[in-house]
Every structure is written in C-alpha cells, then in structure tokens.
Design a protein around this ligand. Sequence first.
Ligand code: HEM
Length: 134
Amino acid sequence: MSESKVITYEELKKNNKKDSLYILIHQKVYNVSKFIDEHPGGDEVILAETGKDATEAFEDVGHSDEARAILKDLYIGEFEKDGALKVKPAHNGGAANSQAVNTAVQQGSNMMYFVPLAMLGAYFAWRYYSNGSL
Ligand code: HEM
C-alpha cells in the first residue's frame, strides 16, 4: 500500500450521506457506509462527524481494539495535507499512542477503586484481630 489515494476536503464534505459516508480519523479517511447501521453507538453520532475531523469524537469514546480493527477494513485513503481543513498533527504513533494513554487511564481508574477497597479490608481485618486479642 505504498500509493494510497489522497482524499480532498471537498470529497470529504461531499460524501456525507448514508450511502456514501466518509469519516476522517487520524488523518485517514474511512468509508463507513457499510458499517454505520451496525454501529453500537448509533448512526447519529457518526453522521454528526461528516465533513470534519472526527478524531476527537472517536477517541473520546475510548473505542476498543475491535473498533480500530473495523476501521482498517473501511480505509479508503489519506486526507489531503495542507488542505482547507486543519487537522491536528498526528505526532509519533498517532493512534497507537492514544491507545496507550487510554489504557493508562483505565488502569488508573481501576486503582481508584482498588485502593479504598483495600483500605476498608485492612480496617476490618485490624478490627477483627484487635477485638480478638482484647
Ligand atoms: C467511524 C468509525 C467508527 C467505528 C468503526 C466505530 C466502532 C464502534 C464499536 C465497534 C463500538 C462498540 C464498543 C467498542 O468496541 O469500542 C462502538 C461504540 C460506540 N461508538 Fe463508535 N465507531 C466509530 C465512530 C464513532 C464516532 C465518530 C462516534 C462519535 C461520538 C462514536 C461513538 C460511539 C459510542 C457513544 C459508542 C458506545 C455505544 C454504547 O456502548 O452504548 N463512534 N463504536
């Protein structure tokens, strides 16, 4: 895939109907027409992202690896560089990078539950043993 098709901003804006629907994520363009009816998040959220950079909306949801694998099949080309639409630069790694961040955030919030639970457990253990010895 050394020669990928370049999709212009005009094309991105034009393909905004369900039968031909282009979505821009991480500087790549995907035709989601075949997938949109199966989208677990519904069609409106995707339709709302036509003609613009959908990267943030897509990443904010914290889509799974499975969702990213689906994207691979829908890929149709690279978005034009220096076009009329300013796209956030994908710094080293792009998708892989933010996936790592998502995972880190998820692990962080697991700790948020684990630490208070562990403290509660420790408290009851302490109460149990100190009552027994008194
Ligand atoms: C265009 C490419 C997209 C693909 C291939 C895709 C795929 C998926 C998949 C497979 C899921 C199930 C959960 C998961 O595996 O992460 C999902 C859930 C979801 N998606 Fe997307 N999605 C896309 C775009 C979007 C966009 C642009 C939005 C806009 C905000 C969005 C919003 C959501 C929401 C809110 C859910 C959660 C639904 C629920 O659990 O009730 N998705 N998506």
